[in-house]
Design a binder for this molecule. Structure first.
Ligand code: GCW
Length: 694
C-alpha cells in the first residue's frame, strides 16, 4: 500500500526495470496510485512531481538528481562512494521524495522490495540515506525435486510440502503461474540462483541436460525477470548414460568434448544459465573415483566446459563412505569431507565452487562448523544449509532456523579476532569482506551460500505455514549475514501476517515470537542430546529411534553403553577429528572440560555422571531437557489456541497450524519418553526430581 497509493517514477531500461514497473503498476491498480516509466533521463527526478523515484544510474549516463542522492554516502573506509555495485542500491530522501538509486536493474528490484519491507516508514521525512549491498554474491536455493515420483523418496526428496512446483506426472507443469509467484517471493527475500532438480540425479532427470533441456529453458524464462539464474544438477555419468560413450573418465578427450558440447547447447537455450551442481561419489552417485581420478579432475573438467560461458560448477563436498563397518571404530564420517577435499586445495579452477555442508555430518539440529571451511584458502567455498527440515521436525514441528544459521555464519573458526564463516562464503565480495583465511584477506573469491529449499505445491508453500519464515530468513541472512535473525522474523511476520489483520497486530506478533524465537533450541531439547545427533528413525528420519542407526553402515553412531555415551573424536584417544580444526578450536574441542556443553557428545564419550559446564550431569541434562522440550511444545500449542480465540488469524490457517501443533505435542512427548527411558535403563541413574520415566 505504501507504494501503490503514491506517485512513482520508474527510470531506466531493461527486463528487470520492466519487472519493477510492473510491480508498482500492480500495486497502484489496488491502491489508487500512479506510475510513470521513463527510459531516458529527463528533468530533475527529485523536483516533487513524484513521491517515489526508482532510478537506474548506469555508469556513463548521468541521472539528474542522482549525484545529490548518493553524495552524502561513503564507503566503510571513509572514501566517497564511487559505485553502488552489482545488486546494491541507495535509498534516500531528497527534496521530499523517496529515491532508490541503483547501478544495475537487479539493484533496482532489490531496492523496490526494500521499500515494500519498510512500508510507510520509507517515506519518513528525515530518513538518513542508506547504502545496501549483498554481502554474498551467489545466494542459491537447491531443489531436491524429481520429475518422476521416486519409489522411496517420493517426488521431492526430503520434501514436506507436497509435490514439486516445477514438475508433475513425469514432465513439466504446463502452468507456470506458481513458479512466477515463487520467483517473486525468492527475489523479495534476496535469492538469485535456483537449482531445479535433485542432486541425486535419476534417469529421467539426467535428460534435463539434453532432450529435456527445453523444460529447463522454460523455467529460466520465468525466473529471469526476477534476477534469478537457473542451475541444473547433472549426472556425472551422463556421457555414458546419455552419450553412449564407453566411459565418463574426466581425463578422457571424448568425455571432455561431450561435456563441452553439452554445455554449449545449454547456453544456446539459456544464455544466462548459472551452471551445474554435482553430487559425485556420494551415497551411490557416480563420480571420478570410478576412474581413479580425483574430485579436482572431475570438477575441473566440467568447469572447463562451462568456462567459455561464465558458468560455475557447484561441486558438493558431501563425500563419505556410507557402507562403513560399524564395528570399525577408526572410521569417522565427520572426518570424511576434510580428508577428501582439504588436500585438493589450490587444484580447483576458479569457476569451481566447492559446496560444503555447514556441519561435518548432515544437517543435524546441532553440529560444530565443518572444518573444511577453514582448510581451503585457495578454493571458492560455498556453505550449504538445509531449509527443508529433514532433521529438525519435517515441517510438522515449528522450528525457526534463522538463529542456527546466524550462529554458524557468525562463527569465527580461527578464533575471536579472525574471519567469520560468512566472510569465507562471501570472499572478495562487494562489501569488501574477503574470507578463506584467518585474517579475512587474500582468500579466493567466495562461493556464496546455498540452501535446500522447503517449497512444494502445498497451498501454504511450505507445508507448515510457519516454515515459510525459514525460506525468508535464508534469503535475508544470505544478503546480510550479520542481521539479527529475530528482526528478520519480525520482517517476515510484518510482510506475511500483518496485512491480513484488521486491528492491532501486536498480539499476533507477540504470539508468533513466543512460538518461534526459541523453537530451534526447543527442538534441540526434544531430540538427540548434547550434539550427539541422529537417534531418528532410519529412512524417513522423523521421530525417535535411539539405536535406529547404531548398527548400520551409515556412520552415524552414539556409542551409548551402561557407563556413558558420545563419540570420542579426540586426538588423544579417539578418531582425531578435533585435529582438523585450527587453533583455538582444536584445543577447545579436544578437552571435555572446555568443549561447549551443546557439543560435548559430538566430541567426547563421557560417563553419565560427567558434570557439564552448566553444573548438571549428562544423565540429568538429558532428563531435564526432554521434559522441558515436551512442555514447550504444549506451551506453543496453548499460545496458538489463544490466538485462535482472538479471531486474529483466518480460520483455515488457524486450523492447519493447530493440527500440526497437535502432532508436535505428540511427537515431543514421544521423544521425551523414548530418550528418557532409554538412558534411564542404560545408566540406572535416577531422575533427581523423581519424575515418571516409563
Ligand atoms: O541428508 C542427506 C539426505 C539425503 C540427501 C543427502 C545429500 C539428496 O538424507 O536425502 O540426498 O543428504 O545432501 O545429498
Amino acid at each position: 500500500r505504501a507504494i501503490g497509493s503514491r506517485r512513482t517514477l520508474v527510470h531506466g531500461a531493461g527486463l528487470l526495470v520492466g519487472t519493477v514497473h510492473q510491480e508498482v503498476e500492480q500495486a497502484c491498480a489496488r491502491f489508487g496510485g500512479t506510475v510513470r516509466r521513463q527510459e531516458e533521463a529527463a528533468g530533475d527526478i527529485c523536483d516533487g512531481t513524484f513521491d517515489l523515484v526508482l532510478a537506474l544510474s548506469a555508469p556513463g549516463r548521468s541521472t539528474p538528481g542522482a549525484e545529490a542522492v548518493s553524495a552524502g554516502l561513503r564507503e566503510e573506509d571513509g572514501r566517497p562512494l564511487e559505485a553502488i555495485g552489482d545488486e546494491g542500491f541507495v535509498l534516500a530522501r531528497e527534496g521530499g521524495v523517496t529515491v532508490v538509486l541503483a547501478d544495475t536493474p537487479a539493484g533496482l528490484l532489490y531496492g523496490l522490495f526494500q521499500v515494500v519491507r519498510l512500508g510507510e516508514s520509507a517515506f519518513d521525512r528525515d530518513r538518513a540515506a542508506e547504502l545496501h549491498r549483498p554481502a554474498v554474491r551467489r545466494r542459491m536455493l537447491d531443489h531436491w525435486d524429481n520429475i518422476d515420483v521416486h519409489p522411496v523418496m517420493g517426488q521431492v526428496e526430503r520434501g514436506y510440502s507436497g509435490g514439486s512446483i516445477f514438475w508433475r506426472d513425469g514432465g513439466p507443469r504446463g502452468d507456470l503461474t506458481r513458479v512466477r509467484a515463487y520467483a517473486r517471493l525468492l527475489s523479495a527475500s534476496g535469492v538469485n540462483a535456483v537449482a531445479v532438480n535433485n542432486v541425486n540425479v535419476h534417469a529421467t532427470e539426467t535428460r534435463l541436460l539434453t532432450d529435456r533441456l527445453g523444460d529447463v529453458a522454460d523455467l529460466a524464462e520465468v525466473f529471469r525477470p526476477y534476477g534469478i539464474r537457473v542451475h541444473l544438477s547433472v549426472n556425472f555419468a551422463s556421457p555414458v548414460v546419455l552419450g553412449g560413450l564407453p566411459t565418463a573418465d574426466p581425463l578422457d578427450e571424448g568425455v571432455r568434448a561431450w561435456w563441452a558440447e553439452a554445455a554449449g547447447r545449454v547456453y544456446e537455450a539459456i544464455p544466462d544459465f548459472g551452471g551445474f551442481v554435482v553430487k559425485a561419489d556420494s551415497e551411490g552417485q557416480p563420480g571420478p573415483f570410478t576412474y581413479g581420478r580425483s574430485h579436482a579432475d572431475g570438477a575441473n573438467m566440467l568447469a572447463e566446459a562451462l568456462r567459455p560461458f561464465d558458468g560455475v560448477v557447484n561441486w558438493r563436498a558431501f563425500v563419505y563412505n556410507h557402507q562403513q563397518d560399524w564395528r570399525d571404530r577408526s572410521t569417522d564420517r565427520a572426518r570424511a569431507a576434510f580428508d577428501h577435499f582439504a588436500p585438493l586445495d589450490g587444484e580447483f579452477h576458479s569457476n569451481v565452487i566447492v559446496q560444503v555442508k555447514h556441519g561435518p555430518m548432515d544437517f543435524q539440529v546441532r553440529e560444530p562448523v565443518s572444518p573444511v571451511i577453514t582448510a581451503m584458502p585457495a578454493t571458492r567455498l560455498a556453505v550449504e544449509f538445509q531449509v527443508t527440515q529433514e532433521y529438525t521436525g519435517q515441517q510438522r514441528h515449528v522450528c525457526y532456523l534463522g538463529p542456527m544459521w546466524s550462529e554458524v555464519l557468525g562463527f569465527r573458526p580461527w578464533g575471536p579476532d579472525a574471519a567469520t564463516v560468512a566472510a569465507v562464503a562471501a570472499g572478495g565480495s562487494a562489501d569488501g569482506t574477503a574470507g578463506g583465511s584467518p585474517d579475512g584477506t587474500g582468500g579466493a573469491e567466495g562461493g556464496g551460500l546455498v540452501a535446500v529449499s522447503n517449497v512444494g505445491d502445498d497451498p501454504y508453500w511450505t507445508g507448515h505455514p510457519l516454515a515459510q519464515a525459514n525460506l525468508y530468513a535464508f534469503g535475508r541472512l544470505a544478503w546480510a549475514p550479520q542481521a539479527d535473525p529475530l528482526a528478520v522474523l519480525d520482517e517476515w511476520i510484518d510482510l506475511t501476517f500483518v496485512p491480513l489483520v484488521s486491528g492491532d497486530p501486536e498480539p499476533l506478533r507477540r504470539t508468533l515470537h513466543a512460538m518461534m524465537d526459541g523453537s530451534w533450541h526447543s527442538y534441540e531439547r526434544c531430540s538427540a542430546p548434547l550434539g550427539v545427533g541422529f537417534m531418528v528413525r532410519p529412512g524417513h528420519h522423523y521421530g525417535p529411534d535411539v539405536d535406529g542407526y547404531e548398527y548400520t553402515p551409515w556412520g552415524t553412531y552414539h556409542f551409548a553403553d551402561r557407563d556413558g555415551v558420545g563419540v570420542d573424536r579426540t586426538r588423544a584417544s579417539g578418531t582425531g577429528f578435533t585435529g582438523q580444526y585450527p587453533q583455538p578450536w582444536s584445543e577447545v574441542y579436544e578437552s571435555p572440560e572446555r568443549c561447549p556443553d551443546e557439543l560435548l557428545l559430538f566430541f567426547h564419550h563421557v560417563p553419565y555422571g560427567h558434570v557439564l559446564q552448566s553444573g548438571s550431569t549428562v544423565a540429568q541434562h538429558i532428563y531435564d531437557t526432554h521434559f522441558a522440550g515436551a512442555e514447550e511444545a504444549s506451551e506453543s500449542r496453548r499460545h496458538w489456541e489463544k490466538l485462535g480465540a482472538s479471531g486474529l488469524v483466518e480460520p483455515m490457517l488457524y486450523a492447519r497450524v493447530l493440527e500440526l501443533l497437535d502432532e508436535q505435542v505428540r511427537s515431543a512427548e514421544e521423544w521425551r519418553d523414548q530418550i528418557n527411558a532409554y538412558f534411564h535403563r542404560k545408566s540406572g541413574v535416577p531422575d533427581a526430581l523423581g519424575r515418571l520415566i516409563p
